[in-house]
Design a protein around this ligand. Structure first.
Ligand code: GMT
Length: 375
């Protein structure tokens, strides 16, 4: 199949998932055309059947807000027409689903029926999408998509809760390439970070409010009172300056390191002992799944779709949002005994395997085949 994938090229989970999907589909022999405004961060190296089409948004003095959506829809039409595209798969509804609708209508006038698959990822529904600034367009473009998918059962429920739509939503969970993340930790790297054998605790996110990164710091400080540890904060975003300022002014925060944005999570996660995800909401929590694939137990909240991947008392523990004492208590429970830690590590890996790329990607291929057979 010739598939066009539209996504955000940044470190956000939707872009990561879309890029990984495109890469594995290409390995399976499909031709993949990414349409984004920048090369996706996880798209490195040469792949013979992966193509990247940049959306250019020319500026003009009249434009206080360059019309990205128009440029995107036009690029979609161009890519479809010049690459024999069979279907458009857009990730994150805003503005991709609306731009895809526009492209579909333009192509229909040219007697081409191009199915649109929209995958909902989370904040496009729960935070941004339901705001009345966007909701009429999001509702309409979801209805007009040929197929709608959500990355968790929770996100499907949230979509029906916030939007009046009649469309069925298929749940296809996020996935991870377990073989890529399940690596032997590099001892020299581990020693560099934790020279005295301290435990290594990791958090990775886009440092938005919804991630509650301050809870990561608070939980870590409580853990560190009992078990000597190091905290690696990976990623960047609006909350980082405040968190960084806090840690600079706090004596106990010397063990906290900000690594910034990192592309090769599979190199870092294997040296971790624990992953913290105290989010207020996660439709799924792809970052936690990647940690689990690296055999790292997860201490998280029980918000949104997280209970669909992190099993309490098995692959990690879950607490109520904001309950840093409970999160720290659970982390200590795992870390204080080598035997318990090892058990949680293997459970986390076993749990991640359920979401292995090989199990989930065929579900997307099946959807593509279905929608094309109905054309
Ligand atoms: O987590 C973010 O803020 C980024 C966001 C995105 O769309 O890029 O992530 C969402 O999609 C991921 C991939 O499907 C999910 O694993 C994340 O849980 C989800 N984030 C939220 O729901 C907050």
């Amino acid at each position: 199949m010739n598939i066009a994938i539209v996504c955000y090229p940044t470190f956000g989970g939707s872009g990561v998932l879309a890029t990984e999907l495109g890469k594995v589909l290409a390995e399976k022999g499909h031709n993949i055309h990414f349409i984004t405004y920048q090369q996706p961060v996880r798209l490195s190296g040469f792949h013979a059947n992966i193509f990247y089409h940049e959306v250019r948004v020319p500026t003009y003095p009249l434009f206080d807000f360059p019309p990205y959506e128009t440029a995107l829809a036009s690029t979609m039409v161009d890519v479809v027409n010049n690459n024999d595209i069979d279907l458009l798969h857009v990730h994150y509804a805003i503005p991709h689903a609306a731009a895809a609708y526009m492209a579909k209508q333009i192509l229909a006038k040219q007697h081409k029926n191009i199915p649109v698959i929209t995958t909902l990822h989370g904040t496009d529904i729960t935070l941004v999408g339901r705001d009345k600034t966007y909701s009429p367009v999001v509702t309409f473009s979801m209805e007009e998509s040929d197929i709608l998918t959500a990355v968790s059962h929770n996100l499907k429920e949230e979509t029906y809760k916030y939007f009046t739509i009649n469309k069925p939503i298929e749940v296809i969970h996020n996935f991870v390439d377990v073989d890529r993340f399940h690596r032997k930790p590099v001892d020299a790297f581990k020693k560099l970070i934790a020279p005295k054998g301290e435990k290594i605790i990791v958090h990775a996110s886009n440092f938005r409010k919804v991630k509650r990164v301050m809870d990561v710091v608070k939980t870590f400080l409580l853990i560190n009172e009992k078990i000597h540890s190091k905290l690696l904060l990976i990623g960047d975003g609006p909350e980082r300056p405040e968190i960084e300022a806090f840690t600079r002014g706090c004596e106990d925060c010397a063990e906290i390191k900000f690594l910034g944005k990192q592309e090769q999570m599979e190199d870092i996660l294997p040296i971790a002992d624990l992953f913290l995800l105290p989010s207020e909401y996660e439709s799924f929590g792809l970052a936690a799944l990647e940690a689990m694939a690296a055999e790292v137990p997860v201490i998280s909240t029980n918000a949104g779709g997280i209970p669909e991947i992190n099993i309490n008392g098995y692959s990690g523990y879950m607490s109520n949002v904001g309950d840093v004492e409970d999160m720290a208590k659970n982390a200590i429970k795992i870390l204080e005994s080598e035997e318990t830690h090892q058990q949680f590590r293997s459970n986390a890996l076993a749990q991640a395997k359920k979401f292995d790329i090989q199990n989930i990607v065929p579900q997307y291929e099946h959807l593509y085949e279905t929608v094309l057979s109905e054309k």
